[in-house]
Structures are given as structure tokens and as C-alpha cells.
Write a protein that binds this ligand. Structure first.
Ligand code: PEP
Length: 244
């Protein structure tokens, strides 16, 4: 079986102005030859400028969402092709903040992922349970249900990454136990159409907990929010992944 690739992906969410590109430059210098893939997903306004800022380095750039259509009357939206044209290689899809703030369903996510694949992007598809769903014992049903409904036809390790992000762990400083992460990642691996698809954990990953999370079997990397904004913190997480 081909092994899944290691990836440290940073999600800047709605944070970052041009002055903050300096953090991407510092990161690119600091990690020169990482033992894993390194990705930063800034807001759409910074994608092209960040791609220029890190050109020729190990840092790749991605978007945080795309529309399912190639073009058309969709005010405020960005297509997968536009992301590619701006220098993106990846796109995050179905983040819980988009599922909650924009009512995106897994069917919507699958359509967007199909568009991302069509444009040549790698889709990072996010799944994760709420705290109420975990408390009522529904975690695996929810996560595996989201996975099945969010994956488009033709998803392979070459065009798809899955991020397990418990909603209650995002931006809260709380993380599941290592056993809880392992249980979900093991179940996800079993359910993938291609066992070499990378599985990221996301939710309050920081330098202090990265090493123990990356030691879990079936964790191939992380999707990192807050700790990806500062080159020093994200660099430390990248080092931990490279050493895992
Ligand atoms: C995220 O935005 O995907 C995320 C995991 O955020 P944080 O690392 O801040 O919890």
C-alpha cells in the first residue's frame, strides 16, 4: 500500500493583511527543507500575493473555499479555476465554520470538491462532530456520514486530503484525548476510497501538543488555525511533523 503523505496545513481564516505576508516569508526561510508538505491558506485577498512571496520555497498556498461552478452570476464567490490562477494548489472545503455560517451541506461540499478536482486543485475536505453529537455517542456516525456524502467521484490520494476537526476543539484550546483522535482516524482510514489519502487532525493543534498528536497511527498531519498565523509556532508544528 502507498503511504499517505505528511502535510501541515495552515488555515488563516479571515485573518491577514499584506503586512502579514512577512510571516509566510519568515516561515519559508525557517523551514527551508521540511520533511513534510507545508501549506498556508490565507484569505482569498492574499492568495496571489502570498504565492509570489513564497515562490521557489517549500511553502504551498491554498484557498479556504471555492464555488461549485466554473464561473457565472455568483457575487462574492471564487471559483476553483480562479484559485489556481492566483497560485493556489489546494483548497479547504466543508470547514465547520462554512458548514455553520453558510449552511453548507456535505452534498454542497462534494460538488465543490468535484469542481476543485476539475481545476487541478487538491481538496482538503473537513469533517467533524459537534460537542452534543460526541456527548450522545454519535461521533463515528456523524463523521463517517459526512465523509461518505462529501467525497466526490474519483477522489484519490492525488487529489484529496481529509481533515478530522471536532467542532468543539476548533479555536477553543480543547482537544480530544489521543485515544479519541485515534478511534476516529482509524475509522476514517477504513472508509476511504483510497487508503493512501492523507488524514489530518485539526482543532487547537499547537507546538505543545503536536508531537503527541503526530505519534498517533493514521494521523498524517494537521490542519492548524490560530497557531498557523505566527511563523514561529507553525514552524515548530512543521518540525514536529517532520520528526514524527
Ligand atoms: C481550523 O481552523 O481548522 C482550526 C483547527 O483552528 P484552531 O487550530 O485554531 O483550533
Amino acid at each position: 500500500m502507498t503511504k499517505a503523505c505528511k502535510l501541515a496545513a495552515g488555515n488563516w481564516k479571515m485573518n491577514g493583511l499584506r503586512a502579514d505576508l512577512e510571516q509566510a516569508r519568515i516561515l519559508a526561510q525557517a523551514i527551508a527543507k521540511p520533511n513534510c508538505g507545508v501549506l498556508l491558506c490565507p484569505p482569498a485577498t492574499l492568495i496571489a500575493a502570498m504565492a509570489d512571496a513564497v515562490a521557489g520555497t517549500a511553502v504551498m498556498v491554498g484557498g479556504q473555499d471555492c464555488h461549485a461552478q466554473i464561473s457565472g452570476a455568483h457575487t462574492g464567490d471564487v471559483s476553483a479555476q480562479m484559485l489556481v490562477d492566483s497560485g493556489a494548489r489546494y483548497v479547504i472545503l466543508g470547514h465547520s465554520e462554512r458548514r455553520a455560517d453558510h449552511g453548507e451541506s456535505s452534498v454542497d461540499v462534494a460538488a465543490k470538491a468535484g469542481a476543485a478536482h476539475g481545476a487541478g486543485l487538491v481538496a482538503i475536505i473537513c469533517v467533524g462532530e459537534t460537542e452534543a453529537e460526541r456527548d450522545s455517542g454519535q461521533t463515528l456516525d456523524v463523521v463517517l456520514g459526512q465523509l461518505a456524502a462529501s467525497l466526490p467521484e474519483g477522489a484519490t490520494a492525488a487529489n484529496t486530503v481529509i481533515a478530522y476537526e471536532p467542532v468543539w476543539a476548533i479555536g477553543t484550546g480543547r482537544t480530544p484525548t489521543l485515544e479519541q483522535i485515534a478511534e476516529v482516524h482509524d475509522a476514517l482510514r477504513e472508509s476511504l476510497p483510497d487508503a493512501a489519502i492523507s488524514l489530518l487532525y485539526g482543532g487547537s493543534v499547537k507546538p505543545g501538543n503536536a508531537t503527541e498528536i503526530f505519534a498517533i497511527a493514521n494521523v498524517d498531519g494537521a490542519l492548524v488555525g490560530g497557531a498557523s498565523l505566527k511563523a514561529e509556532d507553525f514552524g515548530a508544528i512543521i518540525s514536529a511533523l517532520g520528526a514524527a
